[in-house]
Write a protein that binds this ligand. Sequence first.
Ligand code: NAD
Length: 498
Amino acid sequence: MKRLDVGPSLTWPTEALRARSLIGGEWVSGSANTTTVTSPYNGQSLGELHHASSSDVSRAVESAASVSKEWRLVPIKERASLLLEFRNLLARDIDRLSVSAALESGKTFSEAKAEVLKAIEVVEFASSLENSDLGGAIEVSRGVSCEYRREPLGVVAGITPFNFPAMVPMWMIPIALALGNAFILKPSDKVPLTPCILAELIAAAGFPAGVFSILQGGRSVVEQLVVDPRVQAVGFVGSSAVAQAVYAQATSTGKRALCLGGAKNHLIVAPDADPAITVDGIVASFTGCAGQRCMAASVLVAVGNVDHIIDAVVERASQILLGRDMGALIDAAAVSRLSKAVATAAREGATIRLDGRNVVPPTGSEKGNWFGPSIIDNVRPSMECSCVELFGPVLSIVRVRTIDDALKLERESAYGNALSIFTTSGSVARHVADRATSGMIGINVGVPVPREPFSFGGTKDSKFGVGDITGWGGVELWSTRKKITTKWSTQSDKNWMS
Ligand code: NAD
């Protein structure tokens, strides 16, 4: 246990220390309800969260609706130039954003920096929309043309989880803004500070006040926001139970909704897998962000005898230093949930190869939420650790005889975010990719997150709604196509071009 990897020590921005709501370009303190934001690293107070009141929610929607009437008419080239400025500000302030995201979510500084880089990638994609196909026209018969234009929806909302304070909001914000929507963000009440920095940079880039708003708080804010008739579409990322509930609420009031949920990702290891690439991929996948990623490896499906790889995974994971290689869990409840899961697996007869319970915290961080990498072998498919999302650095190993047995396990999972196959055989890789039910497939890749412009999204209980959240899926989500059919006389005595 060595130093804490929270990056360069930077001055915490005064504004962000108070996580307030941003309505019509003004920071407001909201209701009298405040809670303390604490760092998972050491339990230290980072700031105060001011929960939005019911009238704040209504005012934010009102203000966004008002500004969206003008904003939707701004040419996309102008909107894209603001996004390019925003992109430069994100790059300028990457350390500040990464420190903030690391401190409030518990991840390491380098993991936080990686999430900001991914956020920047989405902004770059969104700004490139100015030169992409955002419409089209064709002469369908003499004198008659059909045209489609991609148009904004109006006021749209995004609700985001704790594990990526910068990246997940940015899966939605840039594309929605590029297309001319006014966006309202309801960040996780566990990580409300980093989104305030994003808001500050959006304003500094020159976006008009009210085009981007933040409503801070929890369930009550979400429940009011997603049924407000002035909100046209809802993007949600979080646990499956809440995703399903938000999807039902939003669609019951006629809104477009895309709600991404939890996951239980399978990594299949074939006997011919390349040991080096496989061990790297598996360890990084299940321990990265302390396993608090919806793309994290959760079940290693060992096909036949791959003990040499499993032994190397256990060895490598046992070398991980908390606070340097791996961060903390979000809260004490998460530590307790994982401790119980490991205890249950042991009681059910599984073999605990690596035990993350009762680890020694890094010096000076005794009050943090620490849990070490854990590996549970000889897991049966019916056990809790094989099928329930644990959301932590716990890898369950299920042993099967054939690739098709492995695929059956994945097919029967309630979730469908990611599946990876580790093999040196092209035909095995193809067989798996063709038959897997997950939305994102990795071939010798532990965390198969698609880069832009490819879109992010799973299947089954990992996603409620149609489409995907980033890339071209995001363009479809945050816009509608207007179809215009025009007929003019083919005869004209005027030549306007002369
Ligand atoms: P969560 O579901 O508890 O919270 C997500 C958001 O919903 C937060 O903004 C929260 O304030 C709000 N919320 C919580 N309970 C609510 C309720 N009852 N009604 C309305 N709103 C509510 O999720 P979390 O713990 O912040 O994040 C972890 C979960 O998110 C994991 O399940 C993880 O797999 C999932 N996740 C999924 C993806 C994906 O792309 N599929 C990405 C990141 C995280």
